[in-house]
Structure formats: C-alpha cells, structure tokens
Design a protein around this ligand. Structure first.
Ligand code: SAH
Length: 213
C-alpha cells in the first residue's frame, strides 16, 4: 500500500477541481487532499483514482465521485465529535472523509463482501469508525440513535421514515432521492415532527436496495 509524491500531487489537483465546482468548506477540501483514494480502488483503476469520477469497486458497486463525496460532506456541517450514521459503506472512502472530519462514524453496508473487505482495510490506513455494520440501511441503527447527521450514499427511491426518526433535534439527513436520477436532499430536524427540506442538484448513485438480492 503505497502513497507516493506523485499521488499527493494528483490529489492536490483534484482538490482544485472540486473547489472549482463549488466546494468551499476548507476542512472538507483538506480531506480530499489527504486521503489516498487510489488505495480504496481495485488496482486496475489506479491511474484514474484522482479524476473526479465514480469507479467500480467490488460487488457491482461504485466508489462515489469525489465532488459528490465533498458535496454531501459539506451539507452535513460536521464538527468534531458529532455522531454520524452513514448508509452504504462501500469502499470506505466516504467513511474515511467522515473520520478525518472528526466524526464518530457508524456505517451500514448490505453487501457482505464489501463489509468484510472495508472492515479490514480502514484500520490499516488508521481510520477507526465507531462501528461498521452488516445490515440494511433502510432501518438505520436505532440502538445508537439519535444522530447529529445521517448520510445516504446510494440512491433512495423514497426517504426512509426510520432515518428521519433517528435524527436528533437540529440534526441533518443528507440523502439523494430518486429512481434513475436523484435530487440531493437535506432534511433538518427542527422539532419532533418538524423537518425543513432543502433540495440541491441532480446526482447519479447506485440504488439503495430493499432486499438481499
Ligand atoms: N460511500 C461509498 C459509496 C458506495 S456505493 C463509497 O464511497 O465507496 C453505495 C453503497 O450502498 C454500496 O456499497 C451498496 O452495496 C450499499 N447499499 C445499497 N443498498 C443498501 C442498503 N439498503 N443498506 C446498506 N447499504 C446499501
């Protein structure tokens, strides 16, 4: 597992690209500059690791585009110590970003292969999420709720009620909603039954799946 001068140079260029697309949060930009994304990808894609693109990982899934990761992370407005739930661990890249931002991260993945691979991999890079869970993100993680933030990294055909219910007051849910194309959506919990909704641009994610097939 090597991180070279060349990789670091490519990462700085990627930071500039993501910045040019509108990301302004310096802490978020710093994570993109720090995290060796090439190590989260299969070796055949190494040359592409620092392009602002999504790429295939195991189990027919993808590592999200860096701009998308930065966009969602910025919307969460994390301060160190925040308890954050991620749905869709995948390669663990977004998980690593959340860890670097100082969050206490809980992350759920429904593909066992990815869950196993990423559980082993993240500690090797020094990332220690609070808990990685093999399970169904639609139901969230009731036993650890409430969360300051919840981030869904797969396209949700609808907003799962359980996730809204597991936000603390003032908490933020960042979720791409839609079937083929998703609208990035932010819910802020204002009160027990009061949610503020904000919609952003369109993104494309692999689907948030409801069953084990
Ligand atoms: N954050 C990841 C993105 C991976 S793609 C990364 O940066 O690499 C989305 C992930 O969501 C996939 O790994 C997929 O298996 C997972 N997923 C899909 N439906 C899910 C569900 N119901 N519960 C938990 N994870 C799910």
């Amino acid at each position: 597992m090597k991180d070279t001068f060349k990789h670091r140079g490519l990462r700085q260029k990627l930071v500039e690209v993501v910045k040019a697309k509108g990301i302004t949060d310096d802490n978020v930009l710093k994570t993109i500059g720090n995290i060796p994304r090439h190590l989260f990808m299969d070796s055949s894609f190494l040359d592409h690791a620092y392009q602002d693109k999504a790429f295939p990982i195991a189990a027919d899934q993808t590592i999200s585009q860096p701009y998308t990761v930065a966009f969602q992370s910025e919307l969460l407005q994390i301060t160190p110590g925040d308890k954050i739930l991620e749905i869709g661990t995948g390669s663990g890249y977004q998980t690593a970003v959340l860890c670097e931002l100082g969050a206490k991260v809980y992350s759920i993945e429904r593909q066992h292969e990815l869950f196993k691979k990423t559980s082993k991999f993240l500690p090797k890079l020094g990332y220690r999420p609070k808990k990685l869970i093999f399970g169904d993100g639609y139901i969230g993680l009731k036993e650890e709720a409430p969360f300051k933030g919840i981030i869904v990294t797969a396209g949700a055909p609808f907003v799962p009620k359980a996730l809204l219910a597991q936000l603390e007051i003032g908490g933020r849910l960042v979720i791409p909603v839609g079937e083929n194309v998703q609208t990035m959506t932010l819910f802020i919990r204002k009160g027990p039954k009061d949610f503020e909704k904000h919609e952003f641009g369109e993104f494309r994610f692999v689907p948030l799946l409801e069953d084990k097939n």
